[in-house]
Design a protein around this ligand. Sequence first.
Ligand code: CU
Length: 142
Amino acid sequence: MDRRTFLASGAALASVGLAGCNAFLGGSASAGGEYDVGMGAAFFRPTEIEVEVGETVVWGNTGNRAHTVTAYEDQIPEEADYFASGGFDAEQAALDEWQEEFGGRIDSGQRFEHTFEVPGTYHYFCIPHEPSGMVGQVVVTE
Ligand SMILES: [Cu+2]
């Protein structure tokens, strides 16, 4: 099984430009900066965001619990790179690492970013809160 070592926890925090005018500024100020999609108790907000090819989406954890941003491997465009917080290159790797040592977690106040290079719809979820309906999607247009 291909299990990449996840990135050092600080790596996902690099500051980036926000995706166009999609910046979402609601929620608690504890996220320490701007973000496009907030992560609350057990939800992404907004649940759907639309960006253009080449834009970066930033998720910010505004709640108190740890979350993940984990793409559904079979629900992203065929040509697209897999993405997940922690830098995993496969959904199973993300699930395994979460199980073992909460790999890929985004702690309160932390951010995660991903740049979308292929148009289409990307469905993703939060591993610990998927049973509570914590899912979202990114729609990337040309
Ligand atoms: Cu969550």
